[in-house]
Design a protein around this ligand. Structure first.
Ligand SMILES: Nc1ncnc2c1ncn2[C@@H]1O[C@H](COP(=O)(O)OP(=O)(O)OP(=O)(O)O)[C@@H](O)[C@H]1O
Ligand SMILES: [Mg+2]
Length: 249
């Protein structure tokens, strides 16, 4: 299969140029962002958004400029976690001064994301529209200068692949898992994909430790991928847990 950049025939749609222009625009918007970190797991409900929000707050309390892009377009939870007010001009400012953009800013309370398009093959439309919404977030939001931009990804690897494509390179990745073997196996697949794309692995956050959930997913994955467990987060952790994690990034 050829990519747009490999087209040799005259491309009358100008698609190659459009994609080049969009990447340039994204690069300009992110020029003053020192580091982009995708928070992902490949598994749902393990605490990606919770970790993203609390890590962002701890970084901000430590004096760093922090933004969060809520890349979960269908189930945005960041506005609630960061208590971001509605704003006409994103980014909004949440708890501890964290800047934030989320689809939640554009949806009525509780309304699902609706796409206009043909009913047939609507899943294709949905996928394409979500990717373009992400591209618009990255191309439109003026973050100003940031030390870290955290990207809260939804479960699965689709959004991560889109992100690599839109950014033109693979972002650094912070992985979240819970201790169980099931989580380990799902997260392993995600980490393999991240390594294949060329992402730097910053480490593993093992969440919900010390309770009912048994297993050693954090240590297992750390050994397999040669990357550290940067935090073990209990249920309802104290700010100190997040401060320690923030100090390692
Ligand atoms: N360490 C924790 N202590 C207390 N509550 C937690 C902890 N981690 C996660 N939660 C809660 O568990 C629920 C799931 O967490 P969260 O929404 O962050 O998961 P997620 O991985 O982002 O899910 P999704 O895959 O749907 O995006 C939330 O209600 C969150 O507040
Ligand atoms: Mg989430």
């Amino acid at each position: 299969m050829r990519t747009y950049h490999q087209l040799t025939d005259p491309d009358r749609s100008g698609l190659g140029d459009q994609i080049g222009a969009q990447r340039k625009r994204v690069a300009e918007r992110l020029a003053a962002v020192r580091r982009i970190v995708a928070v992902m797991s490949g598994k749902g409900g393990v605490g990606k958004s919770y970790v993203t929000a609390h890590l962002a707050r701890a970084l901000a309390r430590g004096g760093r400029g922090v933004g969060v892009l809520d890349a979960d377009l269908n189930g945005p939870t960041i506005p609630g976690l960061l208590q971001v007010p509605h704003t006409a001009q994103p980014p909004a400012i949440g708890l501890d001064g964290v800047k934030c953009i989320s689809m939640g800013h554009f949806l009525d309370e509780g309304a699902p994301l609706a796409f206009k398009g043909p009913a047939a093959e609507s899943f294709v439309w949905r996928g394409a529209m979500e990717a373009s919404a992400l591209r618009e977030f990255l191309g439109d939001v003026e973050w100003g200068s940031l030390d870290v931009l955290l990207l809260d990804l939804p479960p699965g690897m689709q959004r991560y692949s889109e992100l690599c494509d839109i950014l033109g390179n693979a972002p650094a990745v912070l992985t979240v898992t819970i201790p169980t073997p099931e989580s380990r196996d799902a997260v392993r697949r995600a980490m393999r994909a991240a390594v294949e794309h060329g992402s730097e692995l910053l480490g593993i956050v093992e969440n919900m430790v010390g309770g009912e959930l048994k297993g050693s997913a954090g240590d297992d994955l750390a050994a397999e991928f040669g990357t550290p467990v940067v935090a073990r987060v209990p249920w309802h952790p104290t700010p100190e847990t997040w401060n320690r994690l923030a100090a390692q990034l």
